[in-house]
Design a protein around this ligand. Structure first.
Ligand code: ADP
Ligand code: MG
Ligand code: MG
Length: 885
């Protein structure tokens, strides 16, 4: 096996499609070298070497020999030698997994320096300040990431020296200052570790390589992989690369940039840099970086070259690139390129514009935006009508607004969220250790750092509202968990709102509203519609939702629940009287009162949908859901007796008491021990056919009158909770009879269909019999999940979180379809249904219809459409397209 691959200096062995072996960073360094872009030469130790190392618990002799041979090639290419006393080769050691992964070991720069080679570097470059700056950086970085000594110890030594010499900026440290810091730093190592800072460059190198490999199994990395579903056996590569120096003076510097704006998508070079700085100074927020365009005036040639290279890279990779560069005495070097993380807004804008520029095709554009990003676009923003008490402003690093209680540590964030609270994580700056806390927080606010700081990049990646570099606020150094802004003090658990689109920090809880879909998203979703074969409908119970659904691209209504209509204020008394009726005649009297109301509902919805299919489900929930609670009735009775509640006009206390007591009896009577498995669904339609008959009449009357107006209507009548074909037969017979009667009365012939929900295991197993009687199926995966697992949807919160934590279930089956169990039943239902009726139309309603993995599943088993809440329609459109591309 080959464990090392050279790059740069004309001996590049890798390329960009070797990411699995070389990691993302290594593969793209090789690719840049292949494109003749200036890259400091180096070599990549493969991810296979990592898995081998981990299995073997160390580097084998063979691997060590190969690494030393690669070092020798690098020495020959650069004309310098590792550990040379006159002109030492210095290298960086950089981790790089297949995909960029926080949690992996931080980079070590300037490796190869020791007490003698630092003098060589100093005299060779005639720049002692630079040489000693490199050495003090190396000692602190190596000690931090390889020896696990707290970085703050070295920072303190640096600060102490600055104070002692009365200087502000790191760049003003004198050679003597630096020597002093180096001495103190070495002492820290000795005190902490009991051994001297390693002086042998080869030993330094192997220690660093081992540390990178070990970091693959660090807690942070494991947590990140878990959150992001990354397999543990990928391993990371290590890049050993000759150093270029951004800290050699005013013509040197380092920066990070994006070829387009990662926040808005605007096609404009975007980035930050620092003069006379090295490595991660830009990201670390130690000094405040400058906006990239100002580099043009300072180092014009390098700037021009940088712009050229960025264009080359974009054209080559056909995607927005996130790049890292260093300028050494006017000479530009590229240190990294990769597809840039971006906000949802930016992703859609870039995808659409790149199609317009002819860089990518529509299919590629559709694949470039993830369902999660579309979801992010549907995240709330602060209601613009509301006055905002902005207490501070930071950088708008990741858009969207978030409201929550202030917490100051990731641990507190996780703890509060466990308890069901919403939190905003407020930090001086974030680091990879904060990932867990950031993940659970509604939003993140940091005091330091720029648009490319850790918090900003991670926030955008997670689609989490994020405000960074908010220097207006100070977090108290001590443990008192407060932050200050002006003369305000905000304590832990106070509410704040942050707006990641404007950078505002607002006191209190602002009302949030959902955003509008913009032109680019509209365009992208139109393209998605060209490619998808799976239909997308919405669940909507009223005209407003139906309008929203149409706006968001729904092709019909897959589920219109009639019970929600019964809950409206002016109706509930009639509904209650209907339920409390003791005779059929009495019940019919109240149903007759409900009829015009239901007819109006259906007229409006069918009118809005103009000929698009509308699936209307008959009354489904247990009746007692509509009734008041016994304790409420009892306390009302008390109030009437002691005069604190008023009697209805013209009714005596005795009459009212009797009425309420009767109601209590009836409520008690209707009480069910297991309502989800009780008197509901088609069981209601069978025991009280007059209820469903009224609903049929309302629908068909509405359809007939719209038909007369010349409006096309396509009602699909759906019977819920069928488990036995006879249940469907009986209810369908009633539906057809009533429908025919109404149509005869109106003198109109309407095309309607009658289908059923498939939401009980028995229905899936007997789907062939049911299909013979049904015009369509709609899988009700919420109930199907309940009844398959035997989990009560309303009680799962007591145990599902633990199930997920313990790995008993990978995800909540009410969020994503359990494909092995529930999904298997669905497959049986589909197969049996089609065996009886090959062109039977089948869809899925229920929350799963808007969840990407469930949508892909629905597509894979051959359903015709998914139906979901209106706001998830765009997610469904995109996912459906991606499933079929
Ligand atoms: P990360 O994955 O955290 O971005 P990198 O390995 O990209 O870590 O290193 C971070 C920074 O260190 C780079 O952006 C660059 O500024 C600096 N760096 C890494 N290697 C070199 C090198 N060979 N010469 C100069 N600077 C380097
Ligand atoms: Mg880093
Ligand atoms: Mg990097």
């Amino acid at each position: 096996v080959k464990y090392t691959y050279m790059f740069g200096a004309g001996q590049t062995e890798g390329k960009s499609d070797m990411k699995n072996l070389l990691g993302g960073k290594g593969a793209n360094l090789a690719e840049m070298a292949n494109l003749n872009i200036p890259v400091p030469p180096g070599f990549t130790i493969t991810t296979e070497a990592c898995t081998h190392y981990l299995a073997n618990k160390g580097l084998t002799d063979e691997m060590q020999t190969e690494i030393l041979a690669a070092v020798e090639k690098l020495e020959n290419a650069t004309g310098k030698k590792l550990g040379d006393n006159a002109d030492p080769l210095l290298v960086s050691v950089r981790s790089g997994a297949r995909i960029s992964m926080p949690g992996m070991m931080d980079t070590v720069l300037n490796l190869g320096l020791n007490d003698t080679s630092v003098e060589g570097l100093s005299s060779k470059t005639e720049n002692p300040r630079f040489a000693y700056d490199c050495y003090r950086r190396f000692i602190s970085m190596f000690s931090d990431v390889v020896l696990n000594i707290e970085f703050s110890k070295f920072e303190k030594a640096l600060e102490a020296q600055k104070k002692k010499s009365g200087i502000e900026s790191d760049t003003n440290l004198s050679v003597d200052d630096l020597k002093e810091i180096i001495a103190v730093s070495k002492k820290i190592v000795k005190d902490e570790k009991g051994f001297d800072f390693p002086q042998n460059p080869q030993e330094q190198l192997f220690m660093a390589i081992n540390a990178v490999f070990d970091s693959w199994n660090s807690q942070r990395a494991i947590t990140y992989r878990k959150i992001n579903n990354i397999p543990g056996d990928w391993g990371t590569a290590v890049n050993v690369q000759s150093m270029v120096y951004g800290n050699m003076g005013e013509m040197s510097g380092t920066g990070v940039a994006f070829t387009r704006n990662p926040s808005t998508g605007e096609n404009k070079f975007f980035g930050e840099y620092l003069i006379n700085a090295q490595g991660e100074d830009v990201v670390a927020g130690i000094r405040t970086p400058s906006e990239i365009s100002t580099l043009e005036a300072k180092i014009p040639d390098a700037y021009k070259q940088l712009i050229d290279i960025c264009q080359t890279l974009e054209k080559h990779f056909k995607d927005m690139q996130d790049i890292e560069f260093t300028i050494e005495e006017g000479c530009l070097y590229m240190l990294q390129t990769r597809s840039g993380k971006r906000t949802a807004k930016s992703a859609t804008t870039i995808a659409v514009e790149m199609v317009e520029e002819g860089l990518i095709d529509k299919k590629t554009a559709v694949m470039r935006v993830t369902p999660a990003q579309i979801d992010q676009l549907l995240h709330p923003m602060i209601d613009p009508k509301c006055e905002q008490k902005v207490i501070a402003k930071g950088l708008p690093a990741s858009p969207g607004a978030a409201v929550g209680k202030v917490v100051f540590t990731p641990e507190d964030a996780e703890e509060m969220v466990e308890k069901g609270e919403k939190v905003i994580l407020v930090r001086t700056e974030t680091s990879p250790e904060d990932i867990g806390g950031m993940y659970v927080a509604e939003g993140v606010l940091t005091v330091r750092g720029g648009m490319t700081s850790h918090a900003a990049v991670v926030g955008r990646g997670m689609g989490k509202p994020c405000v960074v570099g908010c220097g207006d606020i100070t977090i108290s150094e001590s443990e008192d968990k407060k932050f200050y802004v002006g003369d305000l003090t905000i304590s832990e658990h106070d509410y704040i709102t942050i707006d990641g689109s404007t950078g505002s920090v607002i006191l209190g809880q602002m009302p949030l509203i959902p955003p509008e879909i913009n032109e680019d998203i509209g365009m992208l979703l139109d393209w998605a519609d060209e490619f998808r074969t799976l239909g997308v409908r919405a669940n909507a119970d009223n005209p407003e939702d139906a309008i929203k659904a149409l706006e968001l691209g729904a092709e019909g209504i897959g589920l219109c629940r009639t019970e929600h209509m019964f809950f409206e204020d002016d109706r509930i008394p009639v509904v209650r009287s209907m339920i409390l009726s003791e005779t059929k005649a009495e019940r019919e009297k109240y149903l007759a009162e409900l009829l015009p109301m239901q007819r109006k509902d259906f007229t409006e919805i069918l009118r809005v949908m103009q000929g698009k299919p509308v699936t209307i489900r008959y009354l489904d929930p247990p009746l007692h859901e509509f009734l008041p609670k016994v304790f409420e009735l009892k306390s009302h009775l008390e109030d009437l007796k002691n005069g604190s509640a008023a009697l209805p006009q013209g009714i005596t206390l005795e009459e009212e008491t009797e009425r309420i007591e009767k109601m209590i009896d009836r409520v008690v009577n209707l009480h069910e021990l297991n309502p989800m498995l009780g008197h509901r669904g088609c069981r209601l339609g069978i025991t009280y056919p007059e209820i469903y008959n009224m609903q049929t009449r309302a629908i068909i009357e509405a359809a007939c009158s719209l038909h007369k107006e010349g409006i096309v209507v396509k009602p699909e009548l759906m019977i819920p909770l069928v488990g036995h074909v006879r249940e469907l037969e009986i209810t369908k017979k009633d539906v057809d009879e009533t429908a025919q009667k109404v149509m005869d009365e109106c003198g109109v012939q309407i095309e309607y269909t009658v289908g059923t929900m498939i939401e009980l295991p028995r229905a899936t197993m007997t789907a062939d019999q049911i299909a013979r009687k049904a015009d369509f199926f709609s899988f009700g995966t919420n109930d199907l999940t309940q009844t398959t697992f035997g989990f009560s949807r309303d009680d799962v919160a007591k145990f599902i979180p633990l199930y997920i934590e313990e790995g008993i279930l990978p995800v909540d089956p009410f969020v994503a379809i359990d494909q092995e169990g529930v999904g298997e039943l669905m497959k049986i239902g589909v197969k049996k249904g089609k065996s009886a009726k090959p062109d039977l139309k089948m869809g899925i309603c229920g929350e799963h219809g808007g969840e990407p993995s469930s949508i892909r599943f629905a597509y894979s088993i051959g359903l015709n459409y998914v139906s979901c809440s209106p706001y998830r329609v765009p997610i469904a459109r995109l996912t459906a397209a991606q499933a079929s591309i």
